[in-house]
Design a protein around this ligand. Structure first.
Ligand SMILES: [Mn+2]
Length: 417
């Protein structure tokens, strides 16, 4: 029996609207260490996007190094590959020192295919399985484009190059290694059938062009398990022959993932049937996240509810994104929302205005006659058209005073407007 932890897309060093995620990442890695020790896993496999950027902040680097040193003490095999967010060069620069610790970290795709094949060993040094460690396949690894190439031709050229990488690894494995032992393949790519989240995954494969999915046939039936990274939601792409899974990221990387509970995978490969068992482990949330939408009153109501839920546990942190549907100008929208949460542990990180309903109302107004509008309505529409924003309250007040004055003058002279 072989037990591994499969995780990916940590995005250490990520910031969400300037908010540092360090504490959440630190809590996740502490929890992960405990799970690895408790489950006594033979390997930790991290499938790319270890860091959020090519040049991660010092805190993120320190956290990473401290984690792998501790992890190596309780786990004989640690295998990590680069994702599209990582700098292949920077990861590879750490390789010689990590190798001394018995940790495999691949930034760039190795020149020699055999260097992708990593034996898993138990603490006594016995080989117990093999892993094909495949980092994100970058544009430099892909066959160059021909002049005047069509979009379709470019897509199939890229797909062919990626397929060739996996085929070479497969044949190298078949030629050289003992096939009786479990064989695990990895990758940081987009495979057919994967469901993307709204906004936190930067497209891979044709990074310069559109998103392109690779077929599941990339992974031959003889492989025991395929561990993938890139998509931020945990998902099974194929149940068997071979089982193909995305572990998803351990923390929400955007507000669109607020309602989704992030996971890691504990994979067991058995000698008898069932060959592979995949168990998900929910990552405890250290920061609560809410994505709140509705009209102004609804949004305020929901914020008050959230405030109430968390007021008894004030040490808990709550982050919210607020989307207000606006059909008319709401003066001091931002200030009013901030005022609502200022005495609570709710931090509103972003306030968005959704004007879709407004635009529809405006389409209706187009059909109205000018006389059907009040002077203030006309002023607001005109102001918005000219300056692309709402009338500031003091200006609106001044306008109303002028209108009032005109009415009074008209009354005095007995004229009707
Ligand atoms: Mn990612």
């Amino acid at each position: 029996m072989l037990k591994i932890v499969h995780t990916a897309d940590w995005h250490l060093g990520q910031k969400l609207d300037k908010l540092d995620r360090f504490e959440e990442h630190e809590a996740f890695l502490t929890w992960l260490l405990a799970v690895m020790a408790q489950e006594q896993v033979a390997a930790l496999i991290v499938c790319g996007d270890i860091f959020d950027s090519a040049n991660p902040p010092v805190d993120a680097l320190k956290l990473f190094i401290s984690f792998i040193v501790h992890a190596r003490r309780c786990c004989p095999n640690i295998i990590m590959v680069a994702g599209n967010h990582d700098s292949a060069g920077r990861l590879d620069a750490m390789q010689p020192i990590l190798r001394e610790l018995g940790i495999v970290l691949l930034g760039a795709l190795p020149d020699k295919t055999e260097n992708c094949l990593v034996p898993l060993r138990d603490f006594s040094g016995q080989v117990i399985a093999h892993v094909a460690a495949v980092p994100y396949i970058r544009p430099v690894d892909i066959q160059p484009s021909a002049a005047g190439e069509s979009e379709t031709a470019s897509a199939s050229r890229i797909a062919a190059s990626i397929s060739a990488v996996y085929k070479n690894i497969q044949s190298e494995y078949l030629e050289r290694l003992d096939h009786g032992k479990p064989f695990i393949m990895t990758g940081h790519l987009y495979v057919v059938g994967g469901l993307q989240t709204a906004d936190s995954e930067r497209p891979v494969q044709l990074e310069a062009g559109s998103m392109q999915a690779m077929p599941t046939a990339l992974f031959p039936a003889e492989v025991d398990y395929v561990a993938l990274g890139h998509l931020h939601r945990n998902q099974c792409i194929k149940k068997q022959s071979p089982p193909i899974w995305y572990s998803g990221s351990p923390i929400p990387l955007s507000f669109s993932e607020a309602d989704y509970h992030h996971q890691i995978l504990v994979v067991t490969i058995n000698d008898s049937s069932p060959r592979v068992q995949v168990a998900t482990r929910l990552v405890p949330r250290t920061v609560n996240m809410f994505d709140i939408a509705g009209n102004f009153n609804e949004v305020c109501e929901k914020l008050n509810e959230v405030k109430k839920i968390f007021q008894l546990t004030r040490e808990e942190r709550v982050l919210a994104r607020v989307t207000v549907q606006v059909t008319e100008p709401i003066p001091d929208l931002r200030e009013r929302i901030m005022e609502l949460v200022h005495d609570s542990n709710v931090t509103v990180l972003a306030i968005r205005r959704d004007t879709q309903l407004w635009d529809r109302t405006e389409a209706l107004i187009q059909e109205k006659e000018l006389e059907e509008f009040s002077p203030l309505e006309v002023f607001r529409l005109k102001y918005r058209e000219e300056y692309d924003q709402e009338v500031p309250p003091d200006l609106e007040q001044a306008f109303l005073e002028v209108v009032e004055e005109i009415y009074q003058k008209l009354n005095e002279t007995n004229l009707t407007p």
